[in-house]
Design a protein around this ligand. Structure first.
Ligand code: 4NP
Length: 152
């Protein structure tokens, strides 16, 4: 399975989701391809936010090598599953993808943990470390749900 995690800047939320899902998939011996991207491109070429790196490293996950990139139209055909961290991210993706947007591939990430609730992973960009820890915990639980659902 090929999975793309998407947020706005690809420096706070989706890099954590990429790192956490990659670790869980590897631990289960799953041959999944996982990447992340952002919709706004403001941080292209940057490594994840230091606090995203810190909360991951505290759990033994090193995301320091990741590099921010903007989502591309080709991503909508390449990936099997595209998770948006929040509803504004879905709106951006629809605008950027145009006719390539595929409703069947794109879902709100937290739907895998709380189906039908339309919940968003909060953007920790303007907050402190507690916000990043809260985001990490949500992502960790949701990635467990994703692995349980799709692992064969
Ligand atoms: P992210 O957080 O979408 O979780 O990476 C953000 C990082 C930067 C900005 C917005 C959100 N920004 O506008 O620069």
């Amino acid at each position: 399975m090929k999975v793309l995690m998407v947020c706005l800047g690809n420096i706070c939320r989706s890099p954590i989701a990429e790192g956490v899902l990659r670790k869980k998939a590897l631990d289960k011996g799953l041959n999944w391809e996982i990447d992340s991207a952002g919709t706004n491109g403001y941080h292209d070429g940057e490594h994840p936010h230091p606090l995203s790196q810190k909360v991951c490293l505290a759990k033994g996950i090193d995301i320091s090598n990741q590099i921010s990139r903007r989502i591309r139209v080709e991503d909508f055909s390449f990936y099997d599953k595209i998770y948006a961290m929040a509803e504004d991210v879905v709106s951006d993706m629809k605008r950027l993808a145009g006719n390539s947007f595929d409703e069947n591939k794109v879902s709100l990430f937290l739907e895998e943990l709380h189906p039908g609730k339309n919940k968003n992973v909060p953007d920790p960009w303007y907050g402190n470390e507690d916000g990043y820890t809260e985001v990490y915990e949500m992502i960790d639980k949701t990635c467990d749900a994703i692995v349980s659902k799709y692992a064969k």
